[in-house]
Design a protein around this ligand. Structure first.
Ligand code: ATP
Ligand code: MG
Length: 581
């Protein structure tokens, strides 16, 4: 392709709307353009990268024995109603009606539809196992679409679904997908980790997320350097901190956890609401407080308690309660339930269910709100002063907490979730009656798995891990073109002839090559070549007349002079070496 003829609108300035590097570079390199919030168009260069990623995914899916098909995006409501997800998806689902007033949605994911198709066609154990997949646009009305392709309202997903006779079969299919995912992300040049994850709205018995470590990632990953433990924040099991004698030492005047249970006292704390204010007021550690948070879970209210210095994890609480919607109660409701302004809620005398974190269960003589504006209670003790409905893990894990597997301190970092694999079990096959006849002619529900990769998000994650101050550094496996030829002086006949000759040789040999034939200063051409991240640059300059050109690698910056007749060999070798890395 000749750059003079390309639709490649690069930008010099950093677009103000783009907060993260991948988004900025995708706009600057002319890979994508915004249509509306969370909705993007791929321009030619961007679409080439997209198709490379798609190609890698397709190859690895086929290798694993999965078969590609294509479902519709427009889906009737009834299958989602049968599975209960017509409600579960809530406002995230794009809903519409046809002219006969029938309900439809734009597919956010396709478990129900694959299950329906397989149910209609597969009858016997002889036809199983089966893994089917598609690469297709999904629609989700995300609350906060952001970061360009990372969180869109419309995005392309590879979604695969496995159907097995039993759980042993599921294990095998799941493993195959796990291995295919590792090969896909390896080939995309990503540094990733597979972490245990919460199954969320999808249901089922286990799942793993493929996370790309990145500061801009919205997910929090917990991992242990000593053992192989890795989980996302929602799944990571918290081991209660053993406070030992620490707090007893720092408190001399009554309410510490290490002595026997002391009598409850009410203390006036006018205007003292936040943990910081309480710490200042009482002059003690936040570890001596328990926060009481009032939540609305579907249509009832519950109280949840974590230690003063901890954060509640809403997914853990939601899973414990088994509710669909969970949100903090508004100030008015808090007042109704606790008889006090926000900031003074406590467990003593509350007549709603109280779920306390494991750590709160271990606390002694601690401080809570008094359910009276301007007052707190000190020396509160679990069981003596209030009876929790449950004592369970509902907090976020923190840096340095004990690894639940080996007890060493865990590490925490941010990650971008690029893929997610689930063991669904029979959640969908049972409700949609997706059954087969076993060897004894008995009906059995198929055991399913589901496996997703976001293509646009993967593309953004690749950039997040592969760039420098000059632009993108594409791994050769996904680069839009492998080589760019840059004649330095477009009016120098030697240079132009050599560049054209090289361009033809490379093209004829199936190399993906760009020729920057624009009548621009060399600086402009070099900047663009770096910005769009082409792995190999061949500069045709003054030495062209001696049959010598410059060969430069984008990633390492390594430059060497080579003879024109060696260019094809060198290019081939570089591509092969990098693809096999
Ligand atoms: P998230 O927690 O980030 O919202 P999810 O758990 O809803 O993601 P899945 O339903 O597991 O995502 O979808 C599978 C894959 O699809 C994800 O791993 C991700 O790569 C991609 N994906 C999901 N939502 C989006 C989105 N809004 N924009 C772009 N890609 C997405
Ligand atoms: Mg997920």
């Amino acid at each position: 392709m000749k750059v003079s003829q390309m639709f490649m609108p690069t930008l010099r300035e950093i677009p103000a709307e783009a907060e993260i590097i991948s988004h900025q570079l995708m706009l600057r390199a002319g890979l994508i353009r915004k249509i509306a919030s969370g909705i993007y168009a791929f321009l030619p260069l961007g679409y080439r990268v997209f198709r490379k990623i798609e190609g890698i995914i397709r190859e690895e899916m086929e290798k694993s024995g999965a078969q590609e098909l294509m479902m519709s995006c427009l889906l009737p409501a009834e299958y989602f109603q049968a599975s209960g997800r017509w409600e579960v998806f809530g406002p995230e689902m794009f809903r519409l009606k046809d002219r006969n007033n029938r309900d439809f949605c734009l597919g956010p994911t396709h478990e129900e539809i694959f299950t329906q198709i397989v149910k209609n066609e597969i009858k016997s154990y002889r036809d199983l196992p089966l893994i089917l997949y598609q690469i297709q646009t999904k629609f989700r009305d995300e609350i906060r679409p952001r970061f360009g392709l990372i969180r869109g309202k419309e995005f392309v997903m590879k979604d695969a679904y496995s159907f097995d006779r039993d759980y042993e079969g599921l294990e095998i299919s799941y493993r195959k997908m796990h291995e295919a995912y590792c090969r896909i992300f390896d080939r995309c040049g990503l540094d990733y980790i597979a972490v245990e994850a919460d199954s969320g709205a999808m249901g089922g018995s286990g799942s793993e997320e493929f996370m790309v470590k990145s500061e801009v990632g919205e997910e929090i990953i917990v991992y242990c350097d000593k053992c192989s433990y890795a989980a996302n924040e929602e799944k990571a099991e918290c081991v209660p901190e053993d406070l030992g004698e620490d707090i007893a030492d720092c408190r001399q005047d009554g309410y510490n956890r290490c002595c026997e249970e002391l009598p409850v006292q009410k203390k006036a704390t006018p205007g003292v609401r936040t943990i910081e204010e309480l710490v200042k007021f009482f002059g003690c550690s936040p570890k001596e407080f328990a926060k009481t948070l009032i939540y609305k879970a579907d249509d009832r209210y519950v109280a949840a308690m974590v230690r003063g210095d901890r954060e509640l994890n809403e997914t853990k609480l939601k899973n414990y309660l088994g509710c669909i919607a969970l949100e903090m109660a508004d100030a008015e409701t808090v007042k109704k339930i606790t008889n006090a302004d926000v900031g003074f809620a406590g467990p003593v005398g509350l007549d709603i269910d109280i779920i306390i974190d494991l750590e709160v269960g271990n606390m002694k003589n601690f401080i809570v709100g008094a359910n009276e504006t301007g007052y707190h209670l000190i020396n509160v003790n679990v069981m003596r002063d209030f009876k929790p409905t449950a004592i369970t893990d509902i907090r976020n894990i923190a840096q340095g907490d004990k690894c639940p597997k080996c007890g060493e301190p865990v590490n925490i970092c941010h990650g971008i979730e690029v893929g997610h694999i689930f063991k669904l079990g029979t959640k969908y096959s049972e409700v949609l009656n997706c059954v087969y006849l076993d060897e004894n002619g008995k009906e059995q529900a198929m055991v399913m798995g589901s496996y997703g990769i976001g293509l646009g998000r993967t593309m953004a994650a690749i950039i997040e891990q592969n760039y420098d101050e000059n632009g993108i550094i594409w791994p050769i496996s996904v680069a839009p073109y492998h080589v760019i030829i840059v004649p330095v002086n477009q009016t120098d006949e030697n240079q132009v002839t050599t560049a054209n000759a090289l361009y033809s040789i490379l093209l004829d040999n199936g190399i993906e090559v760009l020729m920057d034939d624009r009548d621009e200063r060399p600086g402009v051409k070099f900047k663009d070549a770096d910005l769009i991240g082409i792995p190999i640059r061949i500069t045709v300059g003054r030495k062209a007349k001696d049959g010598v050109v410059e060969f430069k690698l984008r990633k390492s910056g390594e430059i060497k002079e080579i003879k024109v007749e060696d260019v094809l060999k060198e290019v081939r070798k570089t591509i092969e070496d990098q693809l096999n890395k």
